[in-house]
Write a protein that binds this ligand. Sequence first.
Ligand SMILES: [Zn+2]
Length: 179
Amino acid sequence: MHANYIDSSGVKMGLYPQANSGAAWTWQDNIIIPPNANLQDPFVLSGIIHETVHLQQPFFTRLSVYGELEAWQIDRNAYFEITGQFYGEPGATFHDPNYINQNNGNNRWNEISQLSLHSRTDLEAAQTLMIEISPGYQADKLPLQPIGDEIAYRLVSSVNQAVEKSIDSVKEIFDFLSP
Ligand SMILES: [Zn+2]
């Protein structure tokens, strides 16, 4: 499916030096990978899948924890399809002996894989896990949901808070007036 998307959509892949070592999507809907990237490396391939997921997402979804969680989950499965191993398992990418000892195997990636895209609590958990797995990853700079949904969510919750506050004040007045 993702390979078909790359074939049929006119997505171009380019080699481009980047600050971080991974693949990235561009504003022109292309995928760039660093010139020294090894296309035999399953991590590079699953990174390309990751970016393909972003290109299939609506623009503001790409810039949200929701969009990242979807890409991380598919990316993890793609790596498993290619290697038969999950991230963090011995011999696999993200395997860190210290991390393994302290955290009971690849449980952070397992946790990521089990989070729901439709729960704000889960999206917050994803934000934390992503930064723990990949320190310096700026998941905390992204809105949880695509920005339109995020604004709608915040408006609704501030309206709800305002309504609750005025109900409280009405109750107080009522209590005050009641004998
Ligand atoms: Zn991403």
